[in-house]
Each structure stands twice: as structure tokens, then as C-alpha cells.
Write a protein that binds this ligand. Structure first.
Ligand SMILES: Cc1ncc(COP(=O)(O)O)c(C=O)c1O
Length: 371
């Protein structure tokens, strides 16, 4: 955001302003309690988050990268194994596989920006242990088709639902299809901590128990450690604040959908808009349009003081860090083509209609050839 920015991409201060008194009182109470790590606020947040997500267990961890990584650990994925994910995600999706010593592999997407189930089986090898669909932008991947393949090929499914908390598909919430679901509670996510945070969802009692050990040095009691674990806990202050925000999340997601609908109506004649398919309820973590004039539009909006972003300009398989994996330009044609066409427009619950109208006017003027 620059001094000339008229429409910022996001303004986190607005949400804080709307909750400030309650947040400050809650933080004050936690600070006075002296219970800063684990404890009652985290227990309550985990219960409430599990209920919201429609699962038996939700386990708070330090961030959404750790929630993927610890889930992999729990499933025993390690050296010699492969995990298939989408090439057009944030780096953390593939990182988690590398972090357990396994090999990240990829399969191409379709124009929903999610894994294309029709291509998935070609990516399965004898070493494949799991599939990690990423519910990019807050839109759930085609989980019926992905689960059918995974069950037939006896593979785990780890949902990277970092961007999709509260999204549904045919009535089922993100994070309830696979053996585990992984969420990020990063400040830019739809349910956002005031810092880092993550969450794992599962219906499997054994996995939940194992995760609780793994995130806390394998400690069964204060003094007894049963496995080599890690320090990856969600702080009590964050948990307490997240409890407040969780009560608003369904409404915030609904507001996002209403704003998305306004964009759809105004923009569909100029660009491809992310309209939901039958049975899909997106949460629009990002509102991503597709146009082959993306770079010019991006620059035009910037010149008008309208902030837009590209999530993500370089697919993971073409990043330097992935150069050892043996992919090249052309490996995933759809992901590569869309990387040059996608543009994320500002959209968040506190975004005003007046601001949205400025974005719409900017895009309309661009396509009408107005300077
Ligand atoms: C798709 C995806 N996966 C994983 C992560 C990692 O989450 P975190 O930043 O909380 O570690 C993110 C967040 O940026 C994400 O968008």
C-alpha cells in the first residue's frame, strides 16, 4: 500500500476496531490468569472449532505450516514417500512434504484453481503415500472424485484447508473429507489470529491423540514424555481471541459471499469470475479473476490507487527450491497458463461497497478502453 492507495487490498485494522473492547478485555483476563500456554482457553477454542468444522477433534498448533507437517508426521510419511499436491499453492503446501524427508510431487489443476481429478491418477507412483488437495481461495476441491481415487489407490488424503475454514461442498465442511484437515490462522486468513496460529481437524481419535503429543514434546503428563515431539503450540492469548472471532466467522464468510456476488454481476462480461458450482459454498479467502490482459489490468488499477495481487505468480514446481524435483516449464500447462491470468481483487468482510464500486469502475473502464 502506498500513500496514493485509495483502495487497499486489505485493512486488518478495521476488524480489530470492530472487536476492540471485547478483545482487550479478553487479553487482559488471560494475562491476569497467568496461564499462557495450553490450558482452558485453548481447550475451549479447540472444542468450539471442532464443532464449527463438524469434526470430533480440532488441535491447535503454532501455524498452518506446522499443521501440515505434523499431520504428515502422524501418518508416518517420510523418506522414500511421495505426496501429490497442487503446483499453484503457497510454498508451505509442498514444504511440509519436504520437511518430513519425503518428496513433493504435483498434478495439474483445472480452471477452478484446484487439483483436476481427471489428471490425478497419472501422478500416482508406487511411492505415493498421500494426496494433498489445496482448497485454494476458499473453494473446496472436487473431493468426491479425489476421495474416490484415494480410497481405490489406498492413499491418505490431507486437506490443505489453510484458506477454506467454513467453506462447504454438498453440505460438508472443508477439513472433514480427508483423514486430516489443516488450517492456517495467519492474520490474513478468514479466521485470523493476531499473529501465527494453525489448526488440525480430524475424526480419528488416534491421530488426535498423537498430534497432541507431537505438538508438545511428546509429553503425556508434565514430566513424562512418550515420543520425540516438537514445540508447536497455539498460545492461550491467541486461542482466547480466536474464540471471539469464531463467533463471527459464519457471518464474515457470508458477507464475503455477498461481496463476491456483486463482483460476479459486474465483472462477468469482462473477465472469468469464480462463480460457485452446484453445491459449493465458497468463503472467498481470495476473489480471483482470470483474464489474458492481467498484467495491463493490474498496472491500470495500481495507477488508480487500487491494490490487487497475484496469488501466486510462480508455480511451486518452477521455484528455485523445487529445481531438484525434475519438473520444467510445460510440466503443468494449466497451472502455468493460469499463473499469467489470475488477479486477486480486494474482498474482505469490512470492505465497503463504495470501495468495491471503485474497483468495479476501474475494471469496467479498463475494458472499455478509457484512459
Ligand atoms: C494454502 C496454504 N497452505 C499453507 C499455508 C501455511 O500457513 P501458515 O502461514 O499459517 O504457516 C498457507 C498460508 O499462508 C496457505 O495459504
Amino acid at each position: 500500500m502506498t500513500a496514493a492507495t485509495k483502495v487497499p487490498f486489505v485493512d486488518l485494522g478495521r476488524q480489530y476496531a470492530s472487536l476492540r473492547d471485547e478483545v482487550l478485555q479478553t487479553i487482559d483476563a488471560v494475562l491476569k490468569s497467568g496461564q499462557y500456554i495450553l490450558g482452558p482457553e485453548l481447550d475451549a477454542f479447540e472444542r468450539e472449532a471442532a464443532e464449527f468444522c463438524g469434526v470430533k477433534h480440532a488441535i491447535g498448533v503454532a501455524n498452518g505450516s506446522d499443521s501440515l507437517w505434523l499431520s504428515m508426521k502422524c501418518l508416518g510419511i517420510g523418506p522414500g514417500d511421495e505426496v501429490i499436491t497442487a503446483p499453484n499453492s503457497f510454498i508451505a503446501s509442498a514444504w511440509a512434504t519436504a520437511a518430513v524427508g519425503a518428496t513433493p510431487t504435483f498434478s495439474d489443476i483445472d480452471d477452478t484453481l484446484n487439483l483436476d481429478p481427471a489428471k490425478l491418477e497419472q501422478a500416482i507412483t508406487p511411492r505415493t503415500k498421500a494426496i494433498m488437495p489445496v482448497h485454494l481461495t476458499g473453494r473446496i476441491a472436487n473431493m468426491e472424485a479425489i476421495m474416490e481415487i484415494a480410497q481405490r489407490r489406498k492413499l491418505h488424503v490431507i486437506e490443505d484447508a489453510a484458506q477454506a475454514i467454513g467453506a462447504t461442498r454438498h453440505g460438508r465442511k472443508a477439513g472433514t473429507f480427508g483423514v486430516v484437515g489443516s488450517f492456517s490462522l495467519h492474520p490474513l486468513k478468514n479466521l485470523a489470529a493476531f499473529g501465527d496460529g494453525g489448526l488440525v481437524s480430524t475424526n480419528d481419535d488416534g491421530i488426535a491423540q498423537q498430534l497432541r503429543l507431537l505438538r508438545n514434546h511428546g509429553l503425556k503428563t508434565r514430566d513424562e514424555s512418550v515420543i520425540w515431539g516438537y514445540n508447536s503450540r497455539l498460545d492461550s492469548v491467541q486461542a482466547a481471541v480466536l474464540r471471539i472471532k469464531l463467533r463471527h466467522l459464519a457471518q464474515w464468510n457470508k458477507t464475503n459471499r455477498n461481496l463476491a456476488e456483486r463482483y460476479h454481476q459486474a465483472l462477468a462480461k469482462h473477465v472469468k469470475v469464480p462463480v460457485s458450482g452446484a453445491g459449493e459454498e465458497q468463503i472467498y479467502h481470495r476473489y480471483v479473476i482470470q483474464t489474458d490482459r492481467r498484467d495491463a489490468l493490474h498496472a491500470y488499477l495500481a495507477a488508480r490507487g487500487i491494490d490487487s495481487k497475484i496469488n501466486y505468480p510462480t508455480p511451486i514446481h518452477l521455484q528455485e527450491v523445487a529445481s531438484q524435483l525434475g519438473y520444467r516449464q510445460g510440466s503443468f500447462p494449466v497451472a502455468e497458463k493460469l499463473a499469467g491470468m489470475i488477479l486477486s481483487l480486494p474482498l474482505y468482510p469490512e470492505f465497503t461497497l463504495a470501495e468495491q464500486d471503485m474497483v468495479i469502475a476501474g475494471i469496467t473502464d479498463f475494458f472499455s478502453g478509457r484512459p
